[in-house]
Design a protein around this ligand. Sequence first.
Ligand code: RIB
Ligand code: CA
Length: 313
Amino acid sequence: MANNRKIIMDCDPGHDDALAIILAASEMSPLKIEAITTVSGNVEVEKNTLNALKVCDVLDLEHTPVAKGADRPLIKQREVAEEIHGETGLDGPALPELPAKEPAEAHAVDVIIDKVLNSNHDVTLVATGPLTNVALAIKKEPGILSKIQEIVLMGGGTFGNWTPAAEFNIYVDAEAAKIVFDSGVPITMFGLDVTHQAIATRELMDRFGDIGNPVARFAADLLEFFLKTNEKVFGLEGGPIHDACTIAYLINPSLFDFEHVRIDIETKGEFTYGMTVADMSGVTGKQPNVKFARFLNRDGFWELFSDALKSYG
Ligand code: RIB
Ligand code: CA
């Protein structure tokens, strides 16, 4: 993977968003975080912006701009996931009431447009929340379409976690997702099919905590809360750290297997709103538009994550 590959992380921290930032900012990562932009998702955008700033404080990312974005979906009413991430959106770790950093003055959408337009086709958008900001940026400045290197997103899947058909990030703003998936920009998608292969267990949580440095402890404290809520709400055997898959791919693509498939976003269905309709067998005859992650090398993933935490020592 090219060194210093520029990324913008559009996110809604959120425990697994925070773990993705930890991975991206570690010494195991060749990525340069140009900006972190926040979007209404797991919790209101005001809260998740504070969370992103606090994560930057923990990681000493004092020069990484954090810009607040959309406070609601394009059309639908806002929907949040406090039952998974807690009232603050980052419940669990003991964090200061207020962050040391201030957010950027500019709106997240303008930061995305500015960074992409002023790049020479070398900015990757990593989206780990609802796609409202990305869709707004595309609509506001279509000129970015030819300059975005890749959109790497966590969302969707062949099954749902918020409805039987839809995953949370897509469900919260399916209209935005449709704009992004129909944009023609190269999309690499990490849906529930693969992120449910990245389930952090208590054994892994303890292993990370034993690493002993403050960031590893922070990650373990995030997982302590995240495991409980995922076990309680979804009946899982731990906490799938969905969003971290996007960064693991950018660091080491060989950890995943992919298929190129056609995906359309359902925005009208009474029971299927927000579904990523994946044509896995090519029956539509439509041109594939997504590099769809199917399988994860679990051991390699957790080794990378553990090495990333150790690198903060
Ligand atoms: O469905 C999982 C996704 O929704 C993750 O990005 C999680 O952070 C929440 O945003
Ligand atoms: Ca997220």
